[in-house]
Design a protein around this ligand. Structure first.
Ligand SMILES: Nc1ncnc2c1ncn2[C@@H]1O[C@H](COP(=O)(O)OP(=O)(O)OP(=O)(O)O)[C@@H](O)[C@H]1O
Ligand SMILES: [Mg+2]
Length: 310
């Protein structure tokens, strides 16, 4: 759906992105990670022509993006950024309605869509719809920014640290919401983040950048299990790598079906990382496991958490 072919972008002779080649298929959830200044935002903005590349080719549905008008790209690609970029003199509702308005949706449909999105992102339409951005907290503004990106149900979502200013609880809730939107809509999402755990939780493909170049591309477990070099290991957190790997696996994957144990049960969908933490706080080496309906389906042994995956 989106293809980078040897793409470069320099500022005053200094490359921000160099020789970037990457194919993003329809329905992929791609996460760009890397240190500050590694070129993540530049690579993302090349996709909707907020930044013009000066080397290579960028294709959207097989056509060089320069052949599209920037306005058309921006209607087809929702864009959310950490600093929100909301129009300060427009109400929250009008901000969210930007693209549906450009597309000429009927007034009633726009109103219904704005309310639907505010509810989805945990903001009461009656309370927040008529406020101006400066009357919202930073995290609330970010949520409005995400709502605006989603408004016209675009084919592609480009998100640059959209959850940066949120507390861990709200952030976790919005991550789950975004993962759900991706699951049910099959949208193509490209998200930039500094946060490794966010990248591992959301992406089905991670792209690690360093000084404008790709260091490794792969599914999350691939980067953890087969890091290309020491840079990848350090970036993923040398000490945390094993725990992060357990964070990608669930209790259901290691339980002994039909086995019994005493104590407060673990839900089968819990990650092995969280399960390990429960073992550590309960001072026990085996716990019962229940499914989503609360039925006992077996037991998890702490030793099995550390076994190599089958
Ligand atoms: N408009 C610009 N003019 C000059 N240099 C720029 C411009 N935008 C980005 N750069 C430079 O390009 C490099 C890559 O910047 P970019 O914003 O893509 O990094 P990033 O990975 O998104 O970083 P961060 O995590 O801090 O947001 C940096 O060295 C930056 O200083
Ligand atoms: Mg950036």
């Amino acid at each position: 759906m989106i293809e980078f072919q040897h793409v470069g972008k320099s500022y005053g002779g200094t490359p921000a992105v160099s020789d970037l080649s990457l194919t993003i298929a329809r329905g992929d959830f791609t996460v760009l990670i890397g240190a500050s200044g590694s070129g993540k935002s530049t690579a993302l903005k090349v996709i909707n022509r907020l930044v013009e590349h000066d080397a290579g080719r960028v294709l959207f549905q097989g056509e060089e993006i320069r052949r599209f008008r920037p306005e058309d790209l921006r209607r087809r690609m929702g864009y959310a950024i950490q600093s929100t970029g909301l129009f300060p003199h427009w109400t929250v509702a009008r901000n969210i309605a930007t693209v549906p308005g450009l597309l000429g949706w009927p007034r009633e449909r726009i109103r219904a869509r704005v309310d639907e999105l505010l509810v989805l992102l945990g903001l009461d339409p009656a309370t927040f719809g008529h406020r101006y951005p400066h009357e919202l907290s930073g995290g609330q503004q970010q949520r409005v920014g995400v709502a605006r990106a989603l408004a016209a149900d675009p084919e592609v979502l480009l998100m640059d640290e959209p959850f940066g200013a949120l507390d861990p609880l709200t952030r976790g809730a919005l991550q789950q919401e975004l993962a759900r939107i991706h699951r049910v809509s099959g949208k193509t999402i490209v998200l930039v983040t500094h946060d490794i755990d966010e990248a591992l939780a959301l992406g089905n493909r991670l792209v690690l950048l360093d000084r404008g170049r790709i260091v490794q591309v792969g599914i999350p477990t691939d980067l953890l299990v087969n890091p290309a070099n020491d840079f990848v290991i350090d970036f993923l957190g040398r000490a945390e790598r094993g725990l992060r790997l357990l964070g990608l696996q669930t209790v259901a994957m290691r339980l002994r079906p039909g086995d019994a144990a005493d104590g407060e049960p673990l839900p089968a969908h819990l990650t092995l990382r969280d399960a390990l933490s429960v073992f550590a706080t309960r001072h026990t080496d085996r716990l019962p496991v229940v499914d989503a309906q609360g039925r006992c389906i077996g037991a998890l042994h702490v030793g099995d958490v550390l076994r190599a995956p089958p």
